[in-house]
Ligand binder design. Structure first.
Ligand SMILES: CC(C)(COP(=O)(O)OP(=O)(O)OC[C@H]1O[C@@H](n2cnc3c(N)ncnc32)[C@H](O)[C@@H]1OP(=O)(O)O)[C@@H](O)C(=O)NCCC(=O)NCCS
Length: 263
């Protein structure tokens, strides 16, 4: 009986010290990744930290089946911090939410260790389907301000999501993705050769298609002309209304040839 009680108390002590270590990691994350942080007491005022800590409490209740109380904590946290984290989201150690306002993290989101998220980020779903519908974010990922990462996609370890990017596909590890839709610009430290994005030299796909078509029509006219004795022998084409010329005699350049007079 005594041994059983001792076992239980050492188990709860283990859980308590693990929880404490996690909270310490969250503090460390803010200290290491925010150049504006000067002291621990200052960091303790950060609403990003408050949101993560409240989430850890809410999640502990959530996994024990206390759906209402966990949701209540999450809503209170949202009210106080402007950061909405569903209590079901699984978050690793050292998550740093910088500034934080407007961050939304969905129910089935999974976040690895030492991830940094800036204000206005959504880790959300794309529809109303159930099951896994939110992103899985690897370790040491940075998600820039305003980025929207949508759907059950996977962001690999050490990836960077640029500010304002909209990511709807998996991102390989160690890859920087920017823009809408998110496209890789740096993979393992090397720049990816991409299309010319100079504003004054943007590609015009319509003009390019028209040019290709015109070139093709000219080629076909030449082929047709040479197979019938010359381009001028090509049958006259219908006009825009579909009418063909009644005079099918080939038009020839040069002096006019008159028909011999009768009689
Ligand atoms: C994506 C990011 C991490 C890339 O940083 P980096 O590794 O130093 O890469 P670079 O700045 O060299 O950018 C690489 C290319 O992506 C482009 N790019 C960078 N960030 C971009 C963005 N957010 N949106 C669109 N294009 C972007 C650059 O113009 C560059 O293009 P180029 O090769 O045609 O010149 C960084 O730009 C970013 O967005 N960080 C988020 C920061 C943030 O949210 N801060 C909030 C503070 S409150």
């Amino acid at each position: 009986m005594v041994a059983k009680r001792r076992g239980r108390s050492s188990q709860s002590y283990g859980r308590f010290s693990a929880a404490l270590a996690t909270l310490r990691d969250d503090l460390r994350a803010a200290r290491e990744r925010d150049p504006a942080a000067h002291s621990t007491s200052e960091i303790l005022l950060y609403q990003g930290l408050h949101a993560v800590w409240m989430h850890r409490g809410a999640h502990a209740l959530y996994v024990r089946g206390h759906r209402f109380s966990s949701r209540l904590i999450s809503q209170i946290s949202r009210f106080l911090t402007g950061i909405e984290i569903h209590p079901g989201a699984r978050i690793g150690r050292g998550l740093f939410i910088d500034h934080g306002m407007g961050v939304v993290i969905g129910e089935t989101t999974e976040i690895g260790d030492d991830v940094t998220v800036y204000q206005g980020v959504t880790l959300g779903g794309t529809g109303k389907q159930g099951g896994k519908r939110h992103p899985t974010v690897g370790n040491r990922v940075i998600v820039g301000t305003g980025a929207q990462v949508l759907g059950p996609l996977v962001i690999g370890d050490d990836a960077k999501i640029g500010a304002g990017a909209i990511v709807i596909r998996d991102v390989p590890p160690d890859t920087t993705v920017v823009g809408n839709p998110g496209r890789p610009v740096i993979i393992s430290g090397k720049r990816v050769a991409g299309p010319e994005l100079e504003h004054t030299r943007l590609p015009d796909p319509v003009a390019e298609s028209l040019e290709t078509l015109t070139r093709r029509v000219t080629e076909l006219e030449h082929q047709l002309g040479s197979s019938q004795g010359g381009p001028e022998d090509a049958p006259r084409r219908a006009d825009a209304n579909g009418n063909r010329p009644t005079n099918t005699a080939p038009h020839r350049e040069g002096p006019e040839v008159r028909a011999p007079r009768e009689g």
